[in-house]
Design a protein around this ligand. Structure first.
Ligand code: UD1
Ligand code: CA
Length: 466
């Protein structure tokens, strides 16, 4: 399909979403809608699709959101005058070119590579000048209806809003995906008018035009009609997200991963998971997340843009973002691993522990109730319950450096900037404000005083005073 030019339409107003956000930036499994067709095209080896956006701030927003991840040739439609006008804007980018163009809608995320390949093959076999990807639905809803002749070739497409009651009964609908000869398309667009219910320039009018020209015009019905569903409303958005989610979960089930209650799991399209890993209900794995082999991801865990090595156990309800977890580490339950956390192999981060920007050494532990931020923790060190790195003075962040095999007793504060050398022992309940030399024992507690026989007597006299 590398020889096809491609235009993706994404300049529509998306009015039916009732949103400040452009429709194509609404997300499915954490990824903007428009990334789905773009991902599909890069998978098919299409080098640089043309994406039509609006010329205003909304278009700029779409451009900014896509620029980092995709190689795109942008085209501007100055006013949303309809799909024909949008394609005309895109066509300006290939002045003087001929050949074939594939036209896709930016709001149709479920289309698969297999379907597009079959569609293209059929188009070539039929030697068609125009092919329409169609589907047969029980209820055609708001889709354009495809009228066919006795040989099964399309005569025209009638938009739902322009259709007669009888035409609305037609079950074959237009997916908005076409392959068309560029010269035919140019001629069709030149003749396009807007005398219809919406006062828009309809791309769909090219079908009747093609027939009038006597050009070979074909349809191709998709096998699974869900693939061509478009998103116009928020209800469409969440429904299609569900379909996409089940499809991806199914993919992982077929590739060695146990996904329990797949209907309750969200796995993003760019996530990778190693074999024999188990994913529990309520898990969400999003962004550029990579999970190794033989991992366990417990119920309710949320992971975004993180890399998890092999044999890692992430216990329920932990939240990880922009983190790296070394092999055989154990995380959670209820851990919060924030951006910049590098957790070493076989390390343990227990319940109610928060980490941020930390290089947490191999085999090191923070098993309960701790905040470790802007820190280095050497291999084999143990941070007791309630350890806090005090990294912030209200203006700046400071670093805590903890050596190897350090033992920090429970409920200690390490006031940064501060360094603890290797093998240091910090007594429980200490507030460390100065650097500690290697192999020292340090404590900042006041000495314990004991008043024999005063236990009840002191409390009684305190009450009488009231
Ligand atoms: C369109 C088709 C309809 C088809 C349906 C499939 C037309 C006239 N109708 O209807 O037959 O069943 O798609 O989903 O083509 N866009 C622009 N600029 C515009 C208008 C739209 O770029 O001026 C883009 C939109 O961003 C969207 C796509 O074109 O990605 C389709 O537009 P939309 O308004 O959603 O068309 P539908 O009413 O869904
Ligand atoms: Ca649409």
């Amino acid at each position: 399909m590398q020889d096809l030019s491609v235009i993706v339409l994404a300049a529509g107003r998306g009015t039916r979403m009732q949103s400040k956000l452009p429709k194509v930036l609404h997300k499915i499994l954490g990824e903007p809608l428009l990334t789905y067709p773009l991902r599909l095209l890069s998978g098919l080896g299409v080098a640089k699709p043309i994406v039509v956006i609006s010329g205003d701030a909304i278009g700029e927003q779409v451009k900014t959101a896509m620029a980092a991840s995709f190689n795109i040739d942008w085209a501007i439609q100055s006013q949303a005058l309809g799909t024909a006008d949008a394609v005309a804007a895109g066509l300006k980018n290939f002045a003087g070119m001929s050949g074939r163009v594939l036209i896709l809608c930016g709001d149709v995320p479920l289309l698969t590579a297999a379907t597009l390949k079959n569609f293209y093959e059929r188009h070539c076999q039929a030697q068609a000048k125009l092919s329409i990807l169609t589907a047969v639905l029980d209820d055609g809803g708001g889709y354009g209806r495809v009228l066919i002749d006795k040989d099964g070739a399309p005569l025209e497409i009638v938009e739902a809003r322009d259709a007669t009651a009888e035409q609305l009964e037609i079950k074959r609908i237009n997916s908005g995906t076409y392959i068309v000869d560029i010269d035919l398309l140019r001629a069709a667009l030149a003749e396009s008018g807007c005398d219809n219910a919406q006062g828009e320039y309809y791309l769909t009018d090219m079908v009747a035009f093609s027939r009038r020209q006597g050009a070979a015009t074909a349809i191709y019905d998709v096998a699974d009609s869900r693939e061509i569903l478009g998103i116009n409303t928020r209800a469409d958005l969440v429904l299609l997200e569900k379909y996409m989610s089940l499809r991806l979960a199914q993919y992982w089930l077929e590739n060695g991963v146990t996904v329990r209650s797949p209907e309750l799991v969200a796995i993003g399209p760019d996530v990778k998971i190693g074999p024999d890993t188990e994913i529990c209900p309520g898990v969400s794995l999003l962004g550029e997340t990579v999970i190794g082999e033989d991992c366990y991801v417990g119920a309710g865990v949320q992971i975004k843009n993180s890399t998890i090595a092999d044999q890692v156990e992430i216990k329920p309800y932990s939240v990880l973002e922009d983190a790296q977890i070394g092999e055989q580490a154990m995380i959670g339950p209820f851990a919060r691993i924030r951006p910049g956390s590098l957790i070493g192999a076989a390390a343990r981060i227990g319940n109610f522990v928060e980490t941020k920007k930390v290089n947490f050494g191999q085999g090191a532990k923070a098993s309960h109730l701790a905040y470790i931020g802007d820190a280095e923790v050497g291999a084999g060190s143990n941070l007791g319950a309630g350890t806090i790195t005090c990294n912030y003075d209200g203006f700046n962040k400071f670093k805590t450096v903890i050596g190897e095999r350090v033992f920090v007793g429970s409920d200690s504060q390490l006031v940064a900037p501060v360094n603890l050398g290797d093998d240091v022992l910090v007594g429980a309940g200490s507030t460390i404000t100065k650097n500690v030399a290697a192999n020292s024992m340090v404590t900042t507690r006041t000495r314990q005083k004991e008043f024999a026989g005063k236990g009840m007597a002191w409390r009684r006299s305190a009450n009488e005073d009231k």
